[in-house]
Ligand binder design. Sequence first.
Ligand code: PLP
Length: 451
Amino acid sequence: MPSKTIIEPFRIKSVEPIRWTTREQREGLLRAAHYNLFLLQADDVLIDLLTDSGTGAMSTHQWAAVMEGDESYAGSRSFDHFKSSVQDIFGYTHVIPTHQGRAAERILFRVMCKQGDVVPNNTHFDTTRANVESVGAEAIDVLLPEGGQPETRLPFKGNMDVAALEELIARVGREHIPLVMLTVTNNSGGGQPVSMENARAVSEVCHKHGIPLYFDACRFAENAYFIKLREPGYADKTPKQIAQEMFALGDGCTMSAKKDGMANIGGFLCTNDDILARQEKDLLILTEGYPTYGGLAGRDLEAVAVGLQESLQEDYLRYRIASTAYLGDHIAEHGVPIVQPPGGHAIYLDAKAFLPHIPVEQFPGVALAAELYLEGGIRSVEIGSLMFGEAAKMELVRLAIPRRVYTQSHIDYVVEIILKVWERRSLIKGLRLTYEAPFLRHFTAHLEPVA
Ligand SMILES: *Cc1c(COP(=O)(O)O)cnc(C)c1O
């Protein structure tokens, strides 16, 4: 083990200034944004923890690879680099590039599912669910029950409930389940990992019934590192070996390269099935592009090819997981309620426990997110009643950490601001809606403080 202090495993070659605002300015900006942080200009944000998707910093190796991009329409050399990097880790026969994860999902479900089908997943991410539903199939979450309890500490809280999966297959019938998905790590469930043991058990159930297993692999490298840290028998394996072992349990995957691809755009779909691959490539040509670029530039393919390998480097993963836990642990030790244990890419504040005096109808998560912006220019996102309406199970505020972007002093600052807001939490007021769109209202909603 290296030293006790886990430092950023990089030095900074190119800097991007961030801008301070005064509290008075932020009050005006927040009012103008109708208390919805999506409506702020990014330049008015000091520390942006809205998402870890596509917001990471690329390495010198990635930027050098960008210059090597081959922009040929067909048969690009960059596609060969991309394909061999993906196959090295994932091992699947067919690699289909897409502009991001949801494009891979759309193609996969359009080819595999029909009206009335059922797709089980530990937890469907929102775009995954929407794409399953858009072809008339039903998306069912079969997460371990503990996965939905913020305070319960388990090493693999993202695991699928294997008994519930068996029951579901028995109830709806194998013929109505064209595939099972396993999301690693479980983004919507707090970035919690799935164990190898669970993936193996799910794979055995699927294959016993002849059902293909697909991974939603967006945070596969973080998941592999949690397995190395927490699962007996994996301490001496590399994250890459662990990832390879996991993907060998499945028949394909969808991937957003904006997460553990360490790129600002990109994604892919993999399968071992030759017939499906042909249909998927036909659909790809219709909407994304030719199969050797799939809606990406050659330079993007190069950036992903390098980024996938970098995401598995141990010094990077050690820093990544440690810095997320650092934020979570330092606020939790002062009593701030968070989803436990800290996940891979984000810390989730439990707004219901943070602001117990604000009823759910007055959006405690949105009120807390607004307060973090007012106090210190930090942007986060509510995952609760504004986002999901009556279907919301928890009122959370997610602080997602972009990859390789912020240093420990930025995180120390975030801790300081959260603790300041925690001290005067009883003075924070709820909000009410003044405008909402008919669907996905959280992106555009207008709110105002209740009197
Ligand atoms: C981000 C994400 C997606 C969708 O990927 P995009 O690149 O945003 O389209 C799908 N599943 C999970 C788990 C994700 O985190």
